[in-house]
Design a binder for this molecule. Structure first.
Ligand code: F6R
Length: 236
């Protein structure tokens, strides 16, 4: 793993965007995208840029079960707001959170097919404080593919900051599995702030274990980790 320590989130996000720019200039066409607070500044760099995205396909990591694309807490909506409204892609994919209400397996199978037909060239990831990637919580099999996930109380609590009421946070999500993420040719993980320091140290230097989903990335050939000083503070 290559680790880049930047002075702050703003510089880290610029660095992250440069990696995407370079990869796209070198022919990457299928871009794996993430939501959450971490990638927002990178998307702002993207929107400011003059990059033509009309030939690109995007595949997002996850979506809440039960939220329609026009729900302002859905990940569909997030992506429209922060990136796609300004930078239209040729095709964008986010798991179908409505189909998943009645048919989570069907929604998951559809997504695995989409990923198989559109192999991901470069994947953006954030990391949870417990080392989760996408909604793959500790204990998720490294062999997992897209599946329905029951969100942990901690994740529901962390994500409740985006909702009016913690009871409004969906209890399940459809999420790419670890094997889908590992199939990307290149991966960029970003983490900022001291509340990510433990997870970053375990991801980069800890044992590779399903107890820390992000530790699997040590087994990938082309991963860049971008952290600020605070998130890097527990690296040796
Ligand atoms: C987002 C996602 C999550 C987040 C992680 C960190 O699509 O899948 O794994 O990357 O929870 O969230 P933030 O960036 O809000 O700290």
């Amino acid at each position: 793993m290559k680790v880049i320590i930047t002075s702050d989130k703003s510089n880290g996000s610029k660095k992250g965007f440069e990696i995407f720019e370079k990869s796209i200039a070198n022919g990457a066409k299928v871009i794996g995208l993430a939501t959450g607070s971490t990638p927002v500044a990178l998307y702002q760099e993207w929107v400011k840029s003059d990059m033509d995205t009309s030939n690109l396909t995007s595949i997002n990591l996850d979506e809440y079960v039960g939220l329609a694309p026009d729900n302002d807490q859905s990940y569909h909506y997030f992506m429209q707001k922060y990136l796609f409204n300004e930078k239209p892609f040729k095709k964008t994919y986010v798991p179908d959170g409505i189909k998943a209400i009645k048919d989570p397996e069907g929604a998951s199978d559809d997504y695995n097919k989409i990923i198989a037909e559109n192999p991901i060239d470069i994947q953006l990831l954030g990391i949870g404080r417990n080392g989760h990637i996408a909604f793959n919580e500790p204990g998720t099999s490294f062999d997992s593919v897209t599946h329905e996930v029951k969100l942990t109380d901690n994740t529901i609590k962390a994500n409740s900051r985006f909702f009016d009421n913690i009871d409004d946070v969906p209890k399940t999500a459809i999420c790419m599995g670890i094997a889908n993420i590992m199939s990307a040719k290149e991966i960029v993980v970003m983490a900022f702030g001291d509340n990510k320091a433990d997870a970053v140290a375990k991801m980069v230097e800890g044992p590779v274990t399903e107890d820390v989903p992000a530790s699997v990335l040590q087994q990938h050939q082309n991963v860049t980790v971008i952290v600020d000083q605070a998130a890097a503070s527990k690296l040796s």
